[in-house]
Design a protein around this ligand. Sequence first.
Ligand SMILES: Nc1ncnc2c1ncn2[C@@H]1O[C@H](COP(=O)(O)OP(=O)(O)OP(=O)(O)O)[C@@H](O)[C@H]1O
Ligand SMILES: [Mg+2]
Length: 291
Amino acid sequence: MLNARKQTGRSGEGDATSVAPSSRQQAADGTATPAAPGTRQTFITIEGLSKSFGREVVYRDFTLSLPEGKMISVFGPNGCGKSTLINLISGLMPIDAGRVLYDGKTIAQTRISYVFQNYREALFPWFRSIDNIRYPLKIMGLKRREQDARIEELLADFEINIDLNAYPYQLSGGQQQTVSILRALVTDPEVLFLDEPFSALDYEMTLSMREQLQKIFLKTGTTMLLVSHDLEEAVQLADKVLLLTRRPTRVAEIVDIDLAWPRGTEAVTDPRFVDLKSHCLKVFQREAAVR
Ligand SMILES: Nc1ncnc2c1ncn2[C@@H]1O[C@H](COP(=O)(O)OP(=O)(O)OP(=O)(O)O)[C@@H](O)[C@H]1O
Ligand SMILES: [Mg+2]
């Protein structure tokens, strides 16, 4: 089994059937239903976060709580600090002030993984795909036998139609990004950060990767933070859309996406989907408007 959260994750998930929205959703009237056992409504706590680049203030006293086991997409105006936010909370970038805790633990005490936009630069070209996936386990000091067992376990969870003995250059963009995602998952992260992971892919590949990511999410229940510049994608792939303002950046709104999973390409024409997307668009237009 890939990780323990699967047991408390989404029932019947991973198969082709539609599942009801999580019972942990916040209702439209603002009342939240109790968390399923083993999940935390407040998992990532960001308190008083500040970050400036020179005189440019991106975040000033920014506070936010995010739940466990949810897919959260981050959407906002260009340059508002979406990448900076996930870089700060994943520990890739130092913060000026404030703190980020994962269920009370620091980032150093939490297993996280990151999937970058540019898969071409993210994979080691001299390693076969399988050895790219293996790499984090090597760094963790696992013995070869343990590495093999872990990879076997990971691959058993997914239908991967990729020749993992191929080098990255022999794979399509979508296949390379799938390898990157598998590499990110092999350490069984508590949180997976993805910064515009599909934006370098063509549209057809993007659609199939959106489905692939949902399968992974439904199987693992891993908390995911996904930056997207595509509102349709942000809504399709989220339990919650975190809408940000212009700099200095605040939370404009957190929109609960109470739609059933998985959400195929047909889901985006569902009237409820269209309503939610247009609500997000209104908030975005209000926040992006030049003042
Ligand atoms: N390492 C850095 N050095 C200096 N300025 C930076 C750095 N990283 C980000 N910035 C600035 O911080 C602001 C937020 O950048 P960030 O890349 O987080 O925005 P974004 O919302 O991800 O933008 P985009 O929609 O273009 O991806 C921008 O003004 C950017 O120029
Ligand atoms: Mg960015």
